[in-house]
Unconditional design. Structure first.
Lengths: 390, 143
């Protein structure tokens, strides 16, 4: 396997983007990524697109094809990757393999999702079906917040995690989103705002949940030879990739206080990168719901199992703490355009590692120049962990 | 912000016919008030939800076993914001319970006030036919 670098990144503005269709939204992220890399679309040999709602919550069944045509990529190798909310990371991993294997010199990972073309109950219906439809949705109508609420209830019962602890995650992530001009929710909030917001699936309330967001992110990956040829100043190298999966039925999980897929995927990524969690300068973790960020701290080894709430209470995951987490606002406030999220995470970390073009208030201090992205699909159904190093 | 100009897509209605021929005894069992699981005759693994094929030893020779229904609730949530096809329902409680036999079940929990529901409490899993005629199962009070 060859060394692979991220040489160009781009992102659309996240939010309610009813001004654009899926291909136009993809273009908005794609164009700055090729400009950043200093290449043209025809230099891209392989394209992996991450998108989940094709034909369900937006009208195009083949978003890879329409986006590729719209961006001038027709002719390149093309695939759409589905790993639910980790589809962006699945696309990134696929593009990584294309280059690492030696088959392509330059590949593209493009995450794009249009989620705001249908009404909210229908969105709850579609995403609730993202598990095992027959056994957990058909008769029981388990929504996506409800799946994570099952984890929250168990975590609170076992470790004494409180609703206030969960609220602190939302408060932190809104704080950083307020400094991020591409974020969907840029308002600062308080613990009381979270606690007094409407119950969605107890114990999770509205402000414990990520918004339903449109967005796209685009990443150009290249071989070491191409990095030299193109004279890229600050390549960001892919140091480790880990992946794992979890049972479709939630009833078949070992417990409800963590995601086994996160533990396995992160251990695989740490091993490949030959690092331990304490060497990380910054991380983006999958905070689709506040409880998910607390569990991620534990499952990724930022603290011991059961001590996630302590980490957020002590401010250890803010800038200045032990490991700054989700300083782009996270899924919680930057937004979670499902298939784009994994690419959006790598976009943010690339900018953080380059120490450029990140708003000053949310640049994490760099010591080892190592960063981690943790992207979960479904409720721990899929997991990808990516470690980047400058 | 004014609404953005848009086109309405063509409308389609989607209803899938989900095959149940391989788990038919389970659905028939619900009508008779029984909740059935399958057990692999080769390796002995017990499955709920029931399956026709064993993912542990890949055998396809299963026997049907009636579950005791004795459950311990491991976690739960109360679903207030409901999906389109559950809009007609009142908010409902979803729980995961571990049965005496070792398998877990996800189902609605009924017959309790929400404030009474605790992790670790006992409940009974029973078969149920809904007022609309759907075959299902739920956790409820022991008595």
């Amino acid at each position: 396997m060859r060394k692979v670098a991220v040489i160009g990144v781009g992102s659309s503005k996240f939010g309610v983007r009813n001004d654009v269709n899926v291909a136009e939204l993809a273009f908005e992220a794609f164009k700055p990524s090729v400009e950043d890399a200093g290449i043209s679309p025809k230099d891209i040999e392989f394209v992996a697109v991450g998108s989940t709602g094709a034909g369900a919550w937006y009208e195009e069944l083949l978003p890879a094809v329409v986006s590729a045509e719209y961006c001038g990529l027709t002719g390149a190798g093309l695939v759409r990757c589905e790993a639910a909310c980790a589809s962006g990371s699945a696309a990134f991993t696929t593009a990584y393999w294309a280059v690492a294997s030696g088959q392509a010199e330059i590949a593209l990972a493009l995450g794009v999702e249009k989620m705001r073309e249908i009404d909210t109950p229908t969105m709850m219906e579609w995403i609730g079906r993202a598990g095992y439809y027959l056994w957990e949705f058909h008769n029981f109508g388990v929504t996506f917040p409800a799946y994570y609420a099952l984890y929250a209830t168990a975590h609170m019962a076992k470790f004494g995690t409180t609703e206030e602890d969960l609220a602190l995650v939302a408060v932190k992530n809104h704080k950083y989103a307020s400094m991020n001009p591409i974020a969907h929710l840029q308002n600062r909030i308080t613990v009381d705002d979270v606690l007094s917001s409407m119950v969605i699936a107890a114990p999770l309330k509205l402000f414990d949940c990520c918004p339903v967001t449109d967005g796209a992110a685009s990443l150009i990956l290249a071989s070491e030879e191409k990095v030299k040829e193109l004279k890229i100043d600050t390549p960001v190298w892919v140091a480790g990739i880990g992946y794992a999966s979890g049972t479709a039925n939630l009833s078949k999980r070992l417990d409800y206080v963590g995601l086994e897929a996160t533990v396995s995927a992160s251990q695989m990524a740490y091993k490949m990168a030959k690092i331990s969690p304490d060497q990380l300068d910054v991380a983006v973790v999958h905070d689709c719901f506040t409880i998910a960020e607390i569990m991620a701290y534990e499952d990724l080894g930022f603290c011991k199992k059961g001590e996630g709430a302590k980490l957020i209470r002590e401010g250890q995951t803010e800038i200045g703490g032990k490991i700054p987490v989700n300083v782009d606002g996270g899924l919680k406030a930057k937004g979670h355009p499902i298939g784009a999220t994994g690419c959006s995470m790598i976009y943010e970390l690339t900018k953080q590692l380059r120490e450029e073009a990140v708003e000053k208030g949310r640049q994490a201090p760099m010591k080892n120049y190592i960063a981690l992205a943790h992207n979960v699909g479904g409720t721990g159904h899929y997991c990808y962990v990516t470690i980047l190093r400058r | 912000m004014a609404a953005m100009p848009s086109l309405k897509s063509r409308e389609i209605k989607i209803v899938q016919d989900i095959p149940i021929s391989k788990t038919l005894p389970f659905w028939e069992g619900l009508k008779q008030g029984k909740v059935l699981a399958t057990k692999c005759k080769k390796c002995g693994k017990l499955y709920f939800p029931p399956v026709a094929d064993c993912s542990q030893c890949l055998a396809s020779d299963m026997e049907w076993v009636e579950l005791s229904g004795e459950a311990t609730i491991e976690t739960f949530t109360h679903v207030v914001v409901r999906p389109t096809t559950f809009q007609h329902e009142k908010p409902y409680t979803v729980a995961i319970g571990r049965l005496k036999e070792g398998v877990r079940v996800l189902a609605w929990l009924t017959g309790f006030k929400l404030s009474e529901v605790k992790v670790g409490m006992k409940a009974k899993l029973v078969a149920k036919i809904t007022p609309e005629g759907n075959l299902t199962y739920e956790f409820t009070r022991l008595e």
